[in-house]
Design a protein around this ligand. Structure first.
Ligand SMILES: Nc1ncnc2c1ncn2[C@@H]1O[C@H](COP(=O)(O)OP(=O)(O)O)[C@@H](O)[C@H]1O
Ligand SMILES: O=C(OP(=O)(O)O)[C@H](O)COP(=O)(O)O
Ligand SMILES: [Mg+2]
Length: 397
């Protein structure tokens, strides 16, 4: 990696602000369902502890839209991190302000403080320079270990790096190296699978992906916008109406480039996600999605077809579950794909907070070549973009 890492700087007795991506999935009851992202940051955190740094951790959690909202508190993360580190991890009430400043002043070398959700402040996502400077003023050094958020040019991922020396953490370094090597000259056929719920965020990467991949499978919430573009009604499904023309354009471009862009032909529908909904979840053709129901998984015929596309592939990148896999009624498409990818000898990368939770739950994570902590970040990396959170770090001399 061309960027300096935490190993290249002196951290002893220094206040070190570490941006991590602790945006882990939670169950409805507020339990962490997959702690991959917390575990993945441990090498950096434990190294800084051992080296006698004063460690200040910052992360976002969900999308509280710039409002303080304790539903998005990092409290469960502080508890899990404490379990993993084997000592308590205090959680500051905020990420800036006098109280935080006092807590940082009291930190001893080797101690860790977790700041509260940086997205409680609208200035974070706006990359407000004053807010970035305030974060930077807490520390002597900035370490970015948040690969999963490196595609965001926010105050804590990009802005802060303009005010204090900024280097990469071990996770950031590993992700960029492993992904870079895997995707430098990928073996073909190259297949990407895109699903999930962050449609407006991720549909934009597809255009550049068309220049790289031979096959593009689209499922999950992402599929609905494309199905709409094909003229189907998608009822109450997750849909980005204003992206329908873009989806149309992408399908035309895929065709012109000879990329096989495939959509589900059947989907599992239900009126809602709850238990005991009537009518109960069932598969229908995409032409028969009821007006009052939602498409919540790809159907069994589509799952089999998608799985059959895996066999010839030599490189596979997957981001975004193919259905609402958190609910067993809508997990079968994701399960079928996870099984197929696990059985494939191809170089496989599965990225994203929720996608990784899915392949772990399905017990196949150890048969994937690289489990990435980044979903949107790995897609933008695959596009060939330099991620803003990486670009902002100091170059190696
Ligand atoms: N058809 C669908 N409708 C609504 N949500 C969906 C659908 N398919 C998948 N999802 C949801 O997408 C979410 C994950 O999306 P996203 O955050 O984009 O993926 P990742 O975290 O892997 O990058 C999951 O919580 C899942 O329930
Ligand atoms: O969970 C994340 O991305 P992912 O869902 O694509 O894996 C990252 O923490 C980024 O979160 P964001 O998409 O709210 O900026
Ligand atoms: Mg996600």
């Amino acid at each position: 990696m061309k960027k300096m890492s935490v190993k290249d700087v002196d951290v002893r007795d220094k206040r070190v602000l570490v941006r991590v991506d602790f945006n882990v999935p939670l169950s409805e009851g507020g339990q962490i369902t997959d702690d991959t992202r917390i575990r993945a940051a441990l090498p950096t955190v434990q190294y800084l502890e051992r080296e006698g740094a004063k460690v200040i951790l910052a992360s976002h959690f969900g999308r509280p839209k710039g409002q303080r909202n304790l539903k998005y508190s990092l409290k469960p993360v502080a508890e899990r991190l404490a379990e993993l580190l084997g000592h308590p991890v205090p959680l500051a009430a905020d990420c800036v302000g006098d109280e935080v400043r006092d807590a940082v002043a009291k930190l001893q070398p080797g101690e860790v403080l977790l700041l509260e959700n940086v997205r409680f402040h609208p200035e974070e996502e706006r990359n407000d320079p004053a807010f970035a400077r305030e974060l930077a003023s807490l520390a002597d050094l900035y370490v970015n270990d948040a690969f999963g958020t490196a595609h965001r040019a926010h105050a804590s991922t990009e802005g802060v790096a303009h005010y204090i020396p900024a280097v990469a953490g071990f996770l950031m370094q590993k992700e960029v190296e492993v992904m870079g090597k895997a995707l430098e000259a990928p073996e073909h056929p190259f297949m990407a699978i895109i699903g999930g719920a962050k449609v407006s965020d991720k549909i934009g990467v597809i255009e550049n992906l068309l220049a790289k991949v031979d096959v593009l499978l689209i499922g999950g919430g992402m599929a609905n916008t494309f199905l709409r573009a094909q003229g189907y009604s998608v009822g109450k499904s997750l849909l980005e109406e204003d992206k329908v023309p873009l989806a149309q354009d992408l399908m035309a471009k895929a065709k012109a480039k000879g990329v096989s862009l495939e959509l589900p032909t059947d989907v599992v529908v239900a009126p809602g996600l709850g238990e005991g909904v009537t009518p109960t979840p069932r598969a229908v053709a995409v032409s028969d999605i009821p007006a009052e129901e939602m498409a919540l998984d790809i159907g069994p015929a589509s799952a089999e077809r998608f799985a059959s596309r895996v066999a010839p592939a030599r490189t596979i990148v997957w981001n975004g579950p193919l259905g609402v896999f958190e609910n067993p009624a809508f997990a079968k498409g994701t399960e079928r794909m996870a099984q197929a990818v696990a059985e494939s000898p191809a170089l496989s990368i599965v990225g994203g907070g929720d996608s990784v939770a899915a392949v772990r739950r399905m017990g196949v994570a150890d048969r994937i070549t690289h489990i990435s902590t980044g979903g949107g970040a790995s897609l933008e990396f695959l596009e060939g973009k330099t991620l803003p959170g990486v670009a902002a770090l100091k170059d190696r001399a």
